[in-house]
Design a protein around this ligand. Structure first.
Ligand code: FES
Ligand SMILES: [Fe+2]
Length: 389
């Protein structure tokens, strides 16, 4: 993070730690249950995910020429590759013959052969061969490439718009946060998977809510996140929004350290060690500072209002743990355990929101990150039903 931003956030962190109160929203928020359950809302949200740049993989997941990886995104199977020149690509992973998925998993390959009738494609998605080629005499293979999706590699991620032919401009999408995300150095970090893109039986915004507050950490995450130093300050947080995106964070120091830090000249402050920040990049990307690395996760709606898909991993600037810390693989395993602790709670929320007879969820003034997330989604899809009390 740029130093002047870190210093400004540290001053806010000192204020809230001293006051023992988070930065609060002006009012409580009521979110009508139709915002979670209404199919028209869900349709607009799917449209939002289909037209936004999504950071589908870390660049380090396909670092070498001919590396590839398949994952699902917004209901599609997407093939991500790096060609012989080092350029990354994204394709819809559907065979141009009769639609099977030609590629599964990840690895390094010069070509891919569809399991159904063995049509084969190269790393740039071009159809390069088929059995019984003579039966297709006169056919122009060049119009039968895998459908390429708009993509852009930036700040250590491969961003993709899952709708063919759409515009992509990641810098414009990130707006004011572009330089801040660049400063995290994700391009030089290795990826450690905690959870592949799995379905959760919950509305996606219910899951997102849990990523924008730390209030549940002591209750849901004993033995995982609760061991982090910031867990002592789960309710002491600061929040900002940047267009549709949100940054929130918390002091990583205790109340007893406020006076000492204030007495230290600002030039000696170390924001990187003193605050922990979490970025929510609309519509569903989470990047969070955690000890010496970053949580990198993405969320999208499923096929119905009670389903979400979540992928979760850990980015590490080093293959070896710094002294006194767990290894990157252990950090990822811990993250996976934490998600498994969240999952049952999120799924009960999913049932409660789908079947509850109450009319709204209540988001408190101290859950400002959750309020900002709902306001961001509502604004992007033109929903006007959020209420304040
Ligand atoms: S569907 Fe792929 S080769 Fe037939
Ligand atoms: Fe959680």
């Amino acid at each position: 993070m740029q130093r002047e931003i870190g210093i400004a956030l540290m001053k806010r962190a000192l204020d809230i730690m001293e006051a023992q109160r988070p930065e609060m929203a002006e009012s409580h928020m009521e979110v009508p249950l139709d915002f979670y359950n209404d199919e028209t809302v869900a349709e607009k949200e799917r449209e939002l995910f289909e037209t936004s740049p999504l950071a589908l993989v870390a660049s380090s997941e396909i670092p070498e020429p001919h590396d590839y990886l398949v994952r699902s995104a917004v209901g599609r199977s997407v093939l991500l590759t790096r060609d012989a020149d080092g350029e990354a690509h994204a394709f819809l992973n559907y065979c141009r013959h009769r639609g099977a998925e030609p590629v599964q998993g990840c690895g390094n390959a010069r070509s891919f052969t569809c399991p159904y009738h063995a049509w084969s494609y190269d790393i740039r998605g071009r159809l390069v061969g088929m059995p019984h080629r003579d039966r297709f005499e006169g056919l122009d293979l060049s119009r039968l490439s895998l459908v390429e999706l708009p993509s852009e590699e930036r700040h250590g991620f491969l961003w993709v718009v899952v709708r063919p032919g759409a515009e992509i401009d990641v810098a414009a999408h990130l707006g004011e946060l572009d330089a801040e995300i660049a400063s995290l150095g994700c391009a030089n970090m290795g990826y450690y998977s905690a959870l592949s893109h799995e379905p959760l039986a919950s509305n996606w915004k219910s899951v997102a809510e849990g990523l924008l507050e730390g209030l549940h950490v002591p209750y849901v995450h004993p033995g995982t996140f609760a061991l982090n130093p910031q867990a002592a300050a789960v309710d002491i947080a600061f929040f900002d929004s940047f267009g549709p995106h949100i940054r929130w964070g918390m002091p990583m120091f205790g109340r007893d350290e406020v006076a000492r830090i204030r007495a230290t000249p600002e030039e000696e402050w170390d924001p990187a060690a003193s605050i922990g920040c979490i970025w929510w990049i609309a519509p569903g990307l989470l990047i969070a500072q955690e000890l010496y690395g970053l949580i990198y996760a993405d969320l999208c709606p499923g096929d119905n209002v009670s389903e979400a898909f979540f992928r979760y991993g850990w980015l590490s600037p080093t293959a070896e743990a710094p002294e006194g810390f767990s290894s990157p693989a252990e950090m990822a395993a811990r993250a996976a355990k934490a998600v498994r602790q969240d999952q049952p709670v999120w799924e009960t929320c999913g049932r409660g929101l789908a079947r509850g007879a109450h009319d709204a969820t209540l988001i408190g003034r101290n859950e400002k990150g959750v309020q900002l997330m709902h306001e961001s989604v509502a604004k992007q899809i033109g929903y006007t039903g959020l209420r304040y009390c």
